[in-house]
Design a protein around this ligand. Structure first.
Ligand SMILES: NC(=O)c1ccc[n+]([C@@H]2O[C@H](COP(=O)([O-])OP(=O)(O)OC[C@H]3O[C@@H](n4cnc5c(N)ncnc54)[C@H](OP(=O)(O)O)[C@@H]3O)[C@@H](O)[C@H]2O)c1
Length: 308
C-alpha cells in the first residue's frame, strides 16, 4: 500500500510509524565534490523519501544540503523525508552517543533524524583498537537520543542473532530495525525469520550484491550476472537484473537502500512497484543464495564483538 505521507509503499516500525520500503544509500569509497548532494537531489526528485547515511560515510554535510535544497524548493517537507544516520564504532561509550548524534545533526543541518543506528556492535578507539565497550552500554546512550527528541527511533546494524536478541531483551526503548547485508546471493533466511519473530524490521544494505557493477572482483561467484534464466525473468517483466533483486527483497517485506551516483540508475532502482514475482519466481531468485558476504568487515575480525 502506498503511504499518504511518503507516496511509496512503507513498513511499520514496531507496528506504529512508517518507513519507506525503498531508500537511497549514500556510501561510496570515493566521490567527487558535490556528488553526494547531487545523488540525494536526484533521488528526492525521483520519489525516494528515505535517505541512508552515517557519520562514517563522511558525507553528512552534502547529504543534508541535498535534503535541505529540496525542502527549500518546496518539493518536499521535512516530515515527508525519512533520514537515517549511524553512530560510529569509536563513540560507543554511553556519554558519547548523544554528543555524536548532535554532531551528525549539525553536519546534516537538521533538527532531528528519523532513525539512528549503532553502525556495528564492535567498539574501537580512533586507531581501530578494541575498546570492548558493551553495546548494551551504547544502547543506553541511544535511548537517551530518543528521549531528547534528537531521533524518532533507534536501531542497530550488523548485529548477529545473539546480539540482536540481547538488545531486544534488555532495552527500555526497542530497536526498530537491524540493517544488514541482504541480496540474492546472501538471502539471510534465519535472520529475517528472527527479526519477524521479534517485530524488528530487517533492512537490506548492499541489496544488489554481486549484481552490482561495483563488484567485478567476485568473478566465478557472479553467475547471477550472466545466468540466462534470470535474464529471461527480467525480460519477462521488462526490468533489469537489479530491479528483479530489489523487487525480490521488497516482496519479502524487506526495505532496500540501493546506492547510485548515476541518475538513470537512481530512477531505475526506484521503479520496482509495478510488477509482482510469482512464488516460483521468488524461489528461483532465492536459489542464487551462496551465503556470500560482500561486506565481511574483515578489518574488525578479532574484535570482541565481531558479529560474523
Ligand atoms: N550498515 C552498514 O554497515 C552498511 C554497509 C554497506 C552499505 N550500507 C548502506 O547501504 C547502501 C547500499 O549498499 P552498497 O552501496 O554497498 O551496494 P549496492 O547499493 O548494492 O550497490 C551500489 C553499487 O551498484 C551500482 N549500481 C547501482 N544501481 C545499479 C543498477 N541498477 N545496475 C547496476 N549497478 C548498479 C552503483 O554504481 P553507481 O553509483 O556508479 O551507479 C554502486 O557501485 C550504502 O550506500 C549504504 O547507505 C550500509
Amino acid at each position: 500500500m502506498v503511504s499518504n505521507l511518503y507516496g511509496v509503499p512503507t513498513v511499520k516500525l514496531l507496528g506504529v510509524r512508517e518507513m519507506p520500503m525503498i531508500g537511497l544509500g549514500t556510501y561510496a569509497r570515493k566521490a567527487e565534490p558535490g556528488q553526494f548532494r547531487q545523488a540525494v537531489e536526484w533521488g528526492i526528485e525521483a520519489g525516494y523519501r528515505l535517505i541512508d547515511t552515517a557519520s562514517f560515510y563522511n558525507n553528512e554535510v552534502e547529504v543534508g544540503q541535498g535534503i535541505n535544497n529540496k525542502i527549500k524548493e518546496g518539493l518536499v517537507t521535512r516530515e515527508e523525508i525519512f533520514v537515517t544516520t549511524k553512530l560510529w564504532n569509536d563513540r560507543h561509550a554511553e556519554n558519547q552517543v548523544v554528543e555524536s548524534l548532535k554532531e551528525s545533526l549539525a553536519r546534516l543541518n537538521l533538527d532531528y533524524v528519523d532513525l539512528y543506528l549503532v553502525h556495528w556492535p564492535v567498539s574501537t578507539n580512533s586507531k581501530g583498537e578494541d575498546t570492548e565497550i558493551d553495546y548494551m552500554e551504547t544502547w543506553r546512550g541511544m535511548e537517551k537520543c530518543c528521549q531528547l527528541g534528537l531521533t524518532k527511533g533507534i536501531g542497530v546494524s550488523n548485529f548477529n542473532e545473539e546480539q540482536l536478541v540481547r538488545v531486544f531483551e534488555n532495552s527500555t526503548i526497542l530497536p526498530e530495525v537491524n540493517q544488514i547485508e541482504i541480496n540474492p546471493t546472501l538471502i539471510q533466511s534465519e535472520m529475517v525469520r528472527l527479526c519477524g519473530d521479534l517485530g524488528i524490521i530487517p533492512v537490506a544494505y548492499t541489496p544488489l550484491g554481486l549484481i552490482s557493477e561495483a563488484r567485478p572482483e567476485f568473478i566465478g561467484k557472479d553467475i547471477i550476472k550472466t545466468d540466462p534464466g534470470l535474464g529471461e525473468l527480467a525480460e519477462k517483466y521488462n526490468k533489469t537484473r537489479a530491479q528483479i533483486a530489489l523487487r525480490y527483497l521488497t516482496q519479502r517485506g524487506i526495505p532496500v537502500i540501493p546506492k547510485s551516483f548515476t541518475k538513470s540508475r537512481i530512477i531505475e532502482n526506484f521503479d520496482i512497484f509495478d510488477f509482482e514475482l510469482s512464488a516460483k519466481e521468488m524461489d528461483f531468485v532465492s536459489s542464487f543464495n551462496i551465503n556470500h558476504r560482500c561486506v565481511p568487515a574483515t578489518a574488525f575480525k578479532g574484535l570482541k564483538n565481531y558479529p560474523f
